[in-house]
Design a binder for this molecule. Structure first.
Ligand code: HSE
Length: 307
């Protein structure tokens, strides 16, 4: 650690599940939070002064209530070290509780920053293990750290993750309604068990989803996104969501679904139709008297990094 040096970490938004890949698949999006940190020798981590601009800037918590600080503390403990406090400045572009991986981004940036401050005792795989364990599922954590389109499985505290590239001419159109939906609430509506036919359906769908990306066959995307494990149960929590998905497809998207646990809806579209798709999606929410905004995003291929 160098005192008075500014450490800067950039972390991407992520979209988890990708329809049929519940708790397993995720993609990294070209929308970033930035954490700037200047350590002060002798200052305790929990005394870090935090200020912020952007999404949720007025609601920033401090000490262990702040997920970045909590992740820094946990990472230092795992290395058997301590990290100092200091001044932290956040540029938040990832909206909170909208299904775009804001909590994974916060945890990942805390783990990554603490690792930098300690002289990098952990490699990227270990950073992913700590982040996924703190988050509870690896589908946002893996793309936040590795970038691209990731498959990830958490077993006995160990994450196995693989990433593939996303076709460069595909865009993500994320349409963000003006309300928060917390993951716990969106998980509480899911059944505890499923019939075998639903399991078989999703195994088939996820197989075609992978083919759509790996062989760049967008004609398989709609089938690949066709989930029966979580999407049908969550649509009722997002007014207008079914119309938004239908509007996106009619406007030329390859397919659309709930981003993570919602309420954002994500469409995959060719670049030339992306704006049209976004407008159609906002109109879908408006028909249900919901205010929303859309962003046309590139996919991120790098994951978290120091800048
Ligand atoms: N896979 C998780 C879910 C992602 O859908 O509940 C939310 O962070």
């Amino acid at each position: 650690m160098t005192e008075n040096k500014t450490y800067i970490v950039r972390v991407p938004a992520t979209t988890a599940n990708i329809g049929s890949g519940f708790d397993t698949l995720g993609m990294s999006l070209g929308l970033y939070n930035v954490v700037q940190f200047v350590p002060t020798e002798g200052k305790a981590l929990l005394e870090t002064e935090i200020s912020a601009e952007g999404e949720g800037a007025g609601q920033i918590t401090s000490g262990l209530d702040n997920m970045i600080i909590k992740a820094m503390d946990e990472t230092a403990k795992r290395a058997g070290k301590t990290v100092p406090g200091g001044k932290m400045y956040l540029i938040n572009r990832i909206p909170f509780a909208r299904g775009l991986g804001s909590s994974s981004a916060a945890i990942a940036s805390g783990v990554f920053l603490a690792n930098m401050l300690m002289g990098e005792p952990f490699n990227r795989k270990e950073i992913l293990d700590i982040t996924a364990e703190m988050e509870g599922h690896p589908d946002n954590a893996a793309p936040a750290i590795l970038g691209g389109f990731c498959m990830a499985l958490l077993k006995n505290g160990n994450v196995t993750a693989e990433r593939i590239d996303i076709p460069s001419h595909w865009k993500a159109v994320v349409t963000i309604p003006d309300f928060e939906l917390h993951t716990e609430k969106a998980r509480a509506v899911l059944p505890k068990t499923y019939p075998r036919s639903d399991a078989v359906h999703n195994i088939g769908a996820v197989s075609f989803l992978m083919a759509a990306f790996m062989y760049q066959k967008p004609e398989y995307l709609k089938l690949g996104l066709d989930d029966v494990i979580h999407v049908p149960y969550r649509l009722g929590l997002i007014p207008g969501a079914s119309d938004v998905i239908r509007n996106a497809e009619r406007a030329g998207a390859y397919g659309a679904t709930i981003s993570g646990s919602g309420p954002t809806i994500i469409a995959f579209a060719p670049a030339e139709l992306a704006e049209k798709v976004g407008i159609a999606m906002v109109n879908g929410f408006a028909a249900a008297h919901m205010t929303s905004r859309y962003l046309v995003l590139d996919f991120d291929h790098n994951g978290i990094m120091s800048v």
